[in-house]
Ligand binder design. Structure first.
Ligand SMILES: [Zn+2]
Length: 292
């Protein structure tokens, strides 16, 4: 009798654990089913008009990828809250353009919809951000003008004028939404260190070798006063390098592949996309003219 009681008591944690696993599996299945329904939701004519008018990359995508992107946007907008700041009104155009640019990064990758946060705060234009950093016992307050930021496990903050400019110009190599959401991908594996979760385990060694070498190369070029297709801000840290090269990969793919072929291949494998193939013959010629 006493032994039976002991066995019963010992088995309680096991039962609780099995119940927890069952509930988690049930929740995930329910969430996946809901997401699948959302991905199949037809997109309105208003959405398509906004994308064709204001998101220059959208018309370059093959139609199958356009449909994939639209499906992901429905899930993204269901799961994230986009909130205006400083009197800014969030309308359908704001939602669609933020969702489209954010979902471009994840539309072909296995994974989630930027887990760990829900809020996207939108200012009408560049805003003043205050920050506090500690140096020993001292607390140093500073402020800077920003177009966007991504808080670790916290909100993404965006300036609408830069969101719109980034969407309309697909070739300038600057896109604040892609930049900040690349930081969100980076933090999915806990630390923000320039290493996102890669689609397969076998990719990590090559990623580390190539990214370390290219980051070091960019730092030396900046010190020596040379320009690169990758913006100099990428040389400030490995997380910024990943975010800046993401912008370059989608907006200047030909220049990136020509000047940094190994890096282009790593990003192609990371995003499971090849933006060069989206360019028409005419736009290929246009892009080549801008190579420096
Ligand atoms: Zn950044």
């Amino acid at each position: 009798m006493r032994q039976t009681v002991i066995y019963c008591l010992l088995s309680i944690p096991l039962v609780v654990m099995l119940l927890w696993i069952y509930i988690e599996k049930w929740r995930k299945a329910k969430r996946d089913a809901r997401r699948e329904i959302l991905r199949q939701t037809p997109s309105s004519a208003q959405w398509l008009a906004i994308l064709q008018h204001d998101f220059a990359l959208f018309s370059k995508l093959p139609s199958a990828l356009q449909q994939t992107l639209l499906g992901h946007m429905h899930v993204f907008l269901e799961e994230k809250d986009i909130v205006g700041r400083n009197g800014f009104t969030v309308n359908e155009r704001v939602k669609v353009l933020i969702a489209a640019q954010a979902c471009l990064l994840i539309m072909n990758r296995p994974g989630d919809y930027y887990p760990g946060f829900r809020s996207i705060l939108v200012y009408p234009e560049t805003y003043l951000a205050n920050s506090v950093r500690k140096e020993g016992l001292l607390e140093i307050n500073s402020s800077s003008i920003r177009a966007g930021e991504s808080w670790h496990r916290g909100p993404v903050i965006l300036a609408w004028d830069h969101v719109l400019q980034g969407a309309r110009d697909r070739r300038d190599g600057h896109n604040v939404v892609m930049h900040e959401f690349a930081h969100k991908l980076d933090e999915e594996n806990a630390s923000m260190d320039g290493l996102p979760i890669l689609p397969t385990h076998t990719q990590y060694k090559a990623w580390s070798d190539v990214l370390n070498a290219e980051f070091s190369l960019l730092q030396h070029k900046m010190i020596d006063g040379f320009d690169d297709v990758i913006d100099s801000y990428g040389a400030s840290s490995p997380p910024e390098f990943f975010a800046v090269v993401t912008e370059t990969f989608f907006e200047k793919p030909q220049q990136l592949r020509r000047l940094h072929p190994a890096l282009y291949e790593q990003f192609k494998a990371c995003y499971m996309l090849d933006p060069i193939t989206w360019l028409t013959e005419k736009s290929t010629e246009e892009n080549d003219e801008t190579i420096s």
